[in-house]
Design a binder for this molecule. Structure first.
Ligand SMILES: Cc1cc2nc3c(=O)[nH]c(=O)nc-3n(C[C@H](O)[C@H](O)[C@H](O)COP(=O)(O)OP(=O)(O)OC[C@H]3O[C@@H](n4cnc5c(N)ncnc54)[C@H](O)[C@@H]3O)c2cc1C
Length: 300
């Protein structure tokens, strides 16, 4: 096969192992891989990828993504853009910025409203995509607008209403999964830094108490069904602590699958199927994955 033009994009690496880029420590490879600290070239790149009908995937910290293919086709772009600008009552931040750092920096500046970010280990881009939320706060509560590029490589400013946020859902996830989120602007309000920081520390404390954060996971595996909690259902189905290969349903939080020891994507998918099947058999409820499985469709 002739070499793709992707091989000559500056900075592109070929057959990149994804494990080091995966929070889970699980991954096959990416045929072409590009890590970008500067997104200036992205509009032209996105336009060409779409004209050429190349598959591509944009990731942040991969704290919600299971790489389940031996090799992802096309281009995988990892965004590590780290711009932050704090104004009087708004904060603009690039997609590659980490949510816990956003929470810490805004607390330091006495800007309240983003403390929940301390409980979400991923990036701003991934968090807008999935309307991440923790301990009472969600992206949608504070988001004003998003700058993104569409499949033609055009820059768009998307208002909060146009983002159509729902529970772990947004227009980007539901309709525009070939768009790239470049940055987000959030509304904040001024408060003494010590007060904001105290709330942020509460989020961290609660997280440490309830989640197995010392182990590798992707956070909540399934969304909570209406009026119930996926963790409670999985626990009640007797699955806490179940192990397949190197993966285990956390004894601390039944909706977390941890990578105990060299887990493979197959191990995690087998546990996910078991969780869905057993909860359905016992309660007649179909659990819907919250994690993004790339390269395979979860069964069960
Ligand atoms: C220990 C632990 C605890 C967690 N707790 C929570 C929690 O309390 N609440 C919660 O909501 N989540 C939680 N998560 C899940 C995860 O941190 C969030 O979903 C986070 O927002 C994902 O960000 P990311 O950068 O890691 O996204 P990734 O996993 O890299 O990507 C997720 C999805 O977003 C897309 N995406 C990423 N960046 C962009 C971009 N710039 N443009 C377009 N699409 C993009 C990807 O294609 C992918 O489909 C937890 C995870 C872990 C490991």
């Amino acid at each position: 096969m002739p070499e793709s033009w992707l091989a000559s994009v500056p900075g592109v690496r070929e057959h990149e192992p994804l494990e080091p880029h995966s929070w889970y420590g699980i991954g096959g490879r990416a045929r072409y891989f590009l890590e970008l600290a500067d997104d200036a070239t992205l509009p032209a790149l996105a336009a060409r990828l779409n004209t050429d009908r190349q598959p591509y995937l944009v990731i942040g910290a991969a704290t919600n993504t299971l790489f389940a293919a031996p090799e992802l086709p096309g281009l995988t772009v990892k965004l590590v853009t780290r711009r932050l600008s704090i104004a009087e009552e708004t904060v603009s931040v690039s997609a590659g910025y980490l949510m816990p750092k956003l929470a810490a920096e805004t607390a330091k500046a006495g800007q309240a409203g983003l403390e929940f970010g301390a409980g979400v280990p991923g990036t701003v881009g991934g968090s807008v995509f999935g309307n991440a939320g923790a301990f009472g706060g969600e992206v949608k509560d504070r988001l004003r607008s998003v700058d993104a590029i569409d499949e033609r490589g055009q820059r768009r400013t998307v208002s909060a209403a146009e983002c159509r946020f729902g529970y772990r859902d947004s227009v980007f996830k539901a309709e525009h999964d070939r768009w790239v989120i470049l940055s987000a602007t959030f509304a904040t309000n001024r408060e003494p830094p010590a007060q904001v920081r105290a709330r942020m520390l509460e989020v961290q404390k609660h997280r440490r108490a309830t989640q197995p954060i010392e182990q590798r996971s992707l956070g909540s595996t399934f969304k909570n069904p209406p009026g119930d909690s996926a963790g409670r259902l999985i626990d009640a189905a007797g699955l806490k602590g179940m192990r397949i290969g190197g993966a285990q349903i956390s004894p601390k939080h039944a909706n977390f699958i941890v990578n105990l020891d060299g887990a493979s994507a197959d191990d995690v998918l087998a546990l996910m199927a078991e969780m869905r099947n057993r909860v359905f058999e016992r309660f007649g409820i179909e659990l819907e994955p919250e994690v993004r499985v790339i390269g395979r469709t979860p069964s069960g």
